[in-house]
Design a protein around this ligand. Structure first.
Ligand SMILES: *Cc1c(COP(=O)(O)O)cnc(C)c1O
Length: 485
């Protein structure tokens, strides 16, 4: 017997289809059993499982009882199907990133190249020679898949890969300087966000932070004076999300490398985003390349896979063979290693770098970053009237020039000229209209994420490639979607 189902309800439903006087107080409700016995319910059970279906049936009947509404079996089944479909929607929704920040950490950073996606899908579907030497038939190393490519692209002797750049810094410090001092400039004690603060990472790596210099100026002699027998490592950190301006001094990698060499102490350079190519050839602001750091004599360079490189989340460590070997022997390596899916995607992404001429076309990150502003503007001009049509008259809709940024801490202060569409409520009264508008765009079947500035909702068109999908998505505004003024 299903609890909560009153026999009297079932009886009354069977006896008469006409509401009697007492029905005004006691609505017609089917029993849980009756709904579950229905043929249409069987299909729902098959798809969602019995337990979830029973729970949804109870929920629907319970809600009707609370509202004192009658409910037919068909109506109950419809309600059950809609509840279960809703709860079955993935919470990791794909969205349109129209924020103007190309590598948005909260929106998953880089979108992968088709080549990388194909490779990842293959690796998901099949067994792969991940740690298997096909020539010798023996065990191999998973990093072998990309080691040579990384060395070729960076000029480094050796390379290894871990879960992300934070992990790369962690394992680098722990391997080379656990129980010893790590010298770092006060101007480079960064917080990246998401709880990545250099002093905290150092502590977890078991190293002692040795701060040198001041916030704005650090000299070579500051590093030199701090070196003692306890020193385990010198750390250089790319100040990727801020810039100290004015009376400043930082020591270039080449000078630090010399000092490190003289004292036989390894120098690790955390480049953050890093890049494998000189972005200025694509008309973008220059960001330090990994090869530059290697050429400067840095012993180990760490950088991210899903920032400017345009691949999946990963952390790369490239540099001296003996140091990389030590890192690979650290038991942390196993805890921080990456899986076959990402490894496949990384390999395919790195291969694209072998042909710099087609890179900007095939790598979505670089394609978005180097997109001509005229093209973005034309897109905005084409879409603005369509958006006006969808939203109705209560808004001023304009094409504007705006500025996009790279994001994820790469070239933090430089922006790229872009174009977008601003949507402004015609007669703002409550002051909450723009928030409501932004919420409505986020509630679309494929949420559209823009930004709010100057009491307007702004959609930067730089990252929009599929405009027909964008427009058909907006149609749910017209079909009485979730938007109302
Ligand atoms: C982004 C960044 C990190 C963290 O890299 P993840 O790949 O996000 O773990 C570390 N250091 C610097 C300088 C960074 O810019």
């Amino acid at each position: 017997m299903e609890s909560g189902a009153k026999p009297i309800d079932r009886r009354s439903r069977q006896i008469s289809d006409q509401p009697s006087a007492s029905d005004v107080k006691r609505p017609h409700l089917p029993s849980v059993d009756a709904v579950l016995r229905d043929e249409a319910t069987a299909k729902i059970v098959e798809r969602f499982g019995r337990a979830r279906t029973v729970e949804a049936v109870r929920q629907v009947i319970g809600a009707a009882r609370e509202d004192r509404c009658s409910l037919s079996i068909d109506e109950a089944i419809k309600g059950v199907a809609s509840i279960l479909k809703e709860t079955n929607v993935s919470l990791l929704k794909t969205v349109f990133n129209l924020t103007g920040t190309v590598l948005h950490t909260n929106l998953g950073r880089a979108q992968l190249a088709e080549e990388a996606i194909d490779a990842a899908v293959k690796a998901m579907r099949h067994a792969v020679a991940l740690e298997f030497d096909l020539g010798g038939g023996k065990r191999g190393e998973r990093d072998d898949v990309v080691r040579e490519l990384l060395c070729q692209l960076t000029g480094a002797e050796d390379a290894t890969i871990v879960n992300n750049n934070a992990a790369a810094v962690l394992i680098g410090l722990n391997t080379l300087a656990a129980g010893r001092g790590a010298i770092v400039s006060r101007g480079e004690l960064i917080e990246i966000g998401g709880a990545f603060r250099m002093p905290d990472i150092m502590e977890r790596a078991g190293t002692k932070l040795v701060e040198v210099g001041t916030t704005n100026r650090t000299h070579l002699r500051d590093y030199a004076n701090a070196i003692n027998p306890e020193t385990g490592i010198i750390l250089k950190v790319h100040t990727s999300n801020y810039r100290v301006e004015g009376f400043t001094k930082a020591v270039p990698a080449s000078e630090l490398a010399e000092l490190a060499k003289q004292n036989d102490i390894p120098l690790l350079d955390d480049l953050g985003s890093g890049t494998l190519v000189d972005l200025s050839i694509y008309g973008l602001p220059r960001e330090p390349t990994v090869a530059d750091a290697i050429t400067a004599g840095v012993d180990l360079v760490t950088f991210s896979g899903d920032k400017l490189l345009g691949g999946p989340q990963a952390g790369f460590i490239v540099g001296r063979k003996d140091l990389i070997a030590k890192i690979n022997q650290n038991p942390m390596k196993r805890a921080l290693r990456i899986d076959k899916i990402r490894l496949a995607a990384i390999e395919a992404t790195l291969r694209l770098y072998l042909n710099p001429d087609t890179l900007a076309e095939r790598l979505p990150t670089l394609r978005a970053l180097s997109r001509p502003v005229e093209e973005i503007e034309n897109l905005a001009i084409r879409l603005a009237p369509e958006i006006r049509k969808m939203l109705g008259d209560a808004f001023q809709i304009e094409v504007i020039q705006c500025a996009s940024q790279v994001g994820s801490g790469a070239v933090p202060l430089e922006t790229m000229p872009s174009a977008g569409i601003t949507i402004r409520p015609d007669n703002p009264t409550s002051g909450r209209e723009v928030d409501a508008l932004s919420l409505a765009f986020r509630a679309l079947p494929m949420p559209v994420i823009g930004r709010i500035a100057d009491q307007a909702f702004i959609l930067d068109m730089r990252c929009l490639e599929n405009d027909s999908a964008f427009l058909s998505n907006l149609k749910s505004f017209q079909s009485g979607g979730k938007y109302s003024t």
